[in-house]
Design a protein around this ligand. Structure first.
Ligand code: LCS
Length: 396
């Protein structure tokens, strides 16, 4: 806990004050320590720092005060002991698997998952002798059937990209811990404002901070949040060895984004529910996936586990991919681009874009149909966003 906040304070207060300490000259914002290395007072101090006998800074790949301030803020918001800032969400995901698995181990991963995550497991981790099984993590029986003695990690996104499938974190954690496996939740779609997996029994949270946490589509970054302090030294050591760390300027930008995270998430949720409701009633739309719609298969679980449906909606049009193309090429305000979680609204096509790299069979099994369109709903005025969608829909 930093000196400014404690556990009883509200989320907006935490967003504004978390991670902030006193710095030389009294700035209210952590300065950008844009330096690769730090001068020691004397040879003895240098040796103490390297031995870990004194807290301080040696070299920016190892630790940097601007990065540390942002890491403390996210750890505090997620209710974790420590966090480690990474160069991207994928660097954070790689860090977790490289730290916790070795040759001969097995991992279970959600079927509906960001394309690069599934490719990392299938194309990279397998080279090191770690096997993965992909299951529908919204079905606890599928997880139980896939568990083995050597299963080290159960990894899933909830809600998942791009199907918005919701998995029961507490139930999965209870099962995983019986088998000695760690539960890792990719909390990118919710942010700590809407969902706190560590409180529900998860061991580790990972984020692509490129998305809601930074929120302004101007940074690529990731973070690993650890519930247990005991895990920290091995994770920090591996981060230092791999070197995929966030740099001070990006950490500064992310920390700046965090200040408005709570109010942004509220607006993302408010806009998304209205847009999902509008789409569900639209004659050209076949089916809408949004966790806070009553029609969502895990609607009740979503209400219980989260504080909002988030800012991502997926839907299928009656005319399939051809209709989707017409929509994407004719919408107004919405920009045709991948990524999500920024203040501006985006539209994209998972099967040919974000999830194109995914194994085709796995993509079909995960329910990522060719006609699925994904929206990242920004914080613009919702009437303008609906008007912008209607301009595309009426061309179909
Ligand atoms: N986890 C989730 C849930 C994601 O959506 C992404 C990226 C990542 C991890 C990887 O994070 P990155 O390395 O990009 O910071 N998702 C993207 C998407 O849906 N469109 O573009 C990127």
């Amino acid at each position: 806990m930093t000196m400014e906040t404690d556990d009883n304070m509200g989320l907006s207060t935490k967003c504004v004050h978390s991670g902030i300490k006193d710095y030389e000259f009294g700035p209210v914002i952590p300065p950008i320590y844009q330096t690769s290395t730090f001068k020691f007072k004397d040879a003895e101090q240098g040796a103490r720092l390297f031995k870990g006998e004194e807290h301080g800074y040696i070299y920016t790949r190892m630790l940097n005060p601007t990065v540390e301030a942002m890491e403390n803020a996210i750890a505090e918001l997620e209710g974790g002991a420590y966090s480690i800032g990474c160069a991207s969400g994928m660097a954070a995901i790689a860090l977790i698997f490289f730290t916790l698995t070795k040759s001969g181990d097995h991992v279970i991963c959600g079927k509906s998952i960001y394309g690069a995550t599934s490719s990392f497991l299938l194309q990279t981790l397998t080279k090191f002798g770690v096997e993965s099984t992909f299951v529908d993590t919204s079905n606890i029986n599928e997880i139980e059937n896939a568990l083995r003695e050597n299963t080290k990690i159960i990894f899933f996104e909830t809600p998942a990209n791009p199907t918005l499938t919701v998995s029961d974190i507490q139930q999965i954690a209870n099962l995983a811990h019986l088998y000695g496996a760690k539960v890792v939740v990719d909390n990118t779609f919710m942010s700590p404002i809407l969902q706190r997996p560590l409180e529900l029994g998860a061991d580790i949270v990972v984020h692509s901070m490129t998305k809601f946490i930074n929120g302004h589509a101007d940074v690529v970054a990731g973070i690993v949040v650890l519930k247990n302090a005991d895990d920290y030294p091995t994770f920090r050591k591996m981060s230092n060895l791999i070197g995929g760390v966030i740099d001070p300027f990006n950490a500064f930008l992310v920390h700046r984004g965090v200040k408005t995270l709570e109010i942004r998430m509220k607006k993302h949720c408010e806009n998304s529910l209205k847009i999902a409701t509008y789409l569900e009633a639209h004659p050209k739309v076949e089916r809408v996936f949004y966790p806070y719609l009553r029609s969502h298969p895990q609607y009740e679980l979503s209400l219980a586990q989260t504080k909002g449906g988030g800012g991502v909606i997926s839907f299928e049009l009656k005319g399939g991919f051809e209709a989707g193309k017409t929509l994407m090429n004719n919408v107004k305000i919405w920009q045709l681009a991948v990524s999500l979680g920024g203040v501006e609204s985006l539209i994209q096509h998972p099967a040919s874009m974000t999830h194109a790299s995914m194994d085709e069979e796995l993509r079909a099994e995960a329910g990522i149909k060719d006609g699925l369109v994904r929206l990242s709903v920004g914080i613009e005025d919702v009437d303008d966003l609906i008007w912008g969608l209607e301009q595309g829909l009426k061309r179909i």
